[in-house]
Design a protein. Structure first.
Length: 421
């Protein structure tokens, strides 16, 4: 029996009845049941750089305001990404090095090698293919019948895109979804649905599969194919990475999760947001040219990854608090994107918001999301094609969400499609 079947959300602490010094927003069940908003609202107002300490994650600072998050994210000299970007510490025997959890110079080298896949020149090549796939997916959907939007649209579109970026066998593409889900099912992010040994076993299967792809793609010369594996396998700086299984697996997991979970949950989050704000849906119907701006608002509103963590490399001060060397510092992007001292009417979903790209869902500094333009392009094309076909993507039941303090994910979003009249 799963945790969700036996847990009553009313058992979660009342954030306004709890002494501020005991307030701790790290419980993954808060996010699953959408109880986290009041926690962050109170922390932003009363203690924006807040110290927590619990049995599961140890001692860590919660950074909840936009400008404080920006200060941490853009100062990698004082706030290190190593050894992990999530709030919990990885097992000593299964710490997965990945470039997002590295500091310069190694971070810069590895990121630069794979970055061309998400560069503007490659996006121009990919755009017609993405649009064709979006059209195929949307045209295959049942009209007037309830179905799970997460599975039929969000997962399918992003998994097809990810298979392209890896040049992954298309018939096996749902393995990428499976591995992404397993990678983020861990008590390191407040999700205890899977035993760690089972998680390791499945992720080593991912590694074995990708070793075969690596072996097939070596020796391509100085102009390798434009997929993640070929770029890593043929660059002098990374061509030996496969000999370090944990590092190869770590970077695979980074690229799989980064290219899959984040975009797929914004695709579902956008549908839900428009249903919760019908006047905004009316605006969209009246003027579909607002879609590029709406995409940025969806990403801010959803904030696909709730947090990133850093470790202080020296004693420092932040928001009037003394951070000690070695302290974990957790940047709560999901809170910063609702900071009304920085974003006007931050709790409102406004598809025509001015300066809609002024958000921190992609992070800042050297670790800013490499695939942000890919994500925006997929969402833009999807909504352009939705508006050509459907008058209303109607949510017809409560969404089922992921238990996690990291991935703001959807498991099920029941919808019914209404065609254009």
């Amino acid at each position: 029996m799963s945790v969700a079947e036996t847990f009553d959300p009313s058992e979660l602490p009342d954030p306004y009845a709890t002494p501020i010094e005991e307030l701790d927003p790290s419980d993954g069940r808060l996010f699953e049941h959408q109880k986290h908003w009041a926690y962050f609202e109170r922390l932003r107002k009363e203690d924006p750089v807040h110290l927590s300490e619990n049995e599961e994650f140890g001692r860590f600072w919660n950074v909840t305001k936009f400008k404080d998050i920006l200060a941490v994210d853009t100062n990698h000299q004082v706030f290190s990404s190593e050894p992990s970007i999530v709030i919990g510490d990885p097992p000593e025997d299964f710490t997965l090095p990945m470039f997002i959890a590295m500091d310069p110079p190694k971070h810069d080298v590895q990121r630069k090698i794979v970055a061309p896949t998400a560069a503007p020149a490659n996006l121009i090549v990919l755009e017609p293919m993405i649009r064709e796939r979006v059209c195929n997916i949307l045209d295959s959907l049942p009209i007037g019948e309830k179905f799970n939007w997460v599975d039929k649209v969000s997962i399918e579109l992003t998994t097809q895109m990810l298979a392209t970026l890896f040049d992954f066998p298309f018939e096996d593409r749902r393995l990428l979804t499976h591995w992404s889900d397993v990678a983020t099912t861990t008590d390191q992010v407040g999700n205890n649905y899977m035993e760690e040994e089972e998680r390791k076993r499945i992720l080593w299967e991912c590694y074995d599969y990708f070793v075969k792809l690596w072996e097939q793609r070596t020796d391509q010369g100085d102009k390798p194919k434009m997929d993640f594996v070929s770029l890593l396998a043929n660059n002098p700086e990374t061509k030996e990475m496969v000999k370090n299984p944990l590092e190869y697996l770590g970077n695979l997991i980074l690229l799989i999760v980064g290219g899959n979970d984040t975009t797929r949950n914004s695709i579902s989050g956008g549908v839900l947001a428009l249903n919760q704000h019908p006047k905004e849906y009316d605006k969209l119907r009246a003027d579909p040219s607002v879609i590029p701006n709406m995409v940025s608002e969806i990403i801010r509103w959803q904030t696909p990854l709730a947090h990133m963590r850093r470790v202080a490399t020296q004693d420092t001060e932040l928001g009037g608090k003394q951070i000690k060397k070695g302290d974990k510092v957790v940047m709560w992007y999901i809170s910063g994107n609702r900071d009304e001292t920085e974003i006007d009417r931050a709790n409102d979903f406004l598809i025509d918001r001015e300066k809609a790209r002024h958000h921190i869902a992609f992070g800042f500094g050297i670790h800013r999301c490499m695939g942000n333009r890919v994500a925006e392009m997929q969402l833009k094309i999807l909504w352009e094609e939705i508006m050509k076909r459907f008058d209303f993507v109607e949510v017809v039941g409560e969404p089922e969400r992921l238990q996690s303090n990291f991935v703001m994910g959807f498991v099920d979003l029941p919808v019914v499609l209404h065609p254009k009249k």
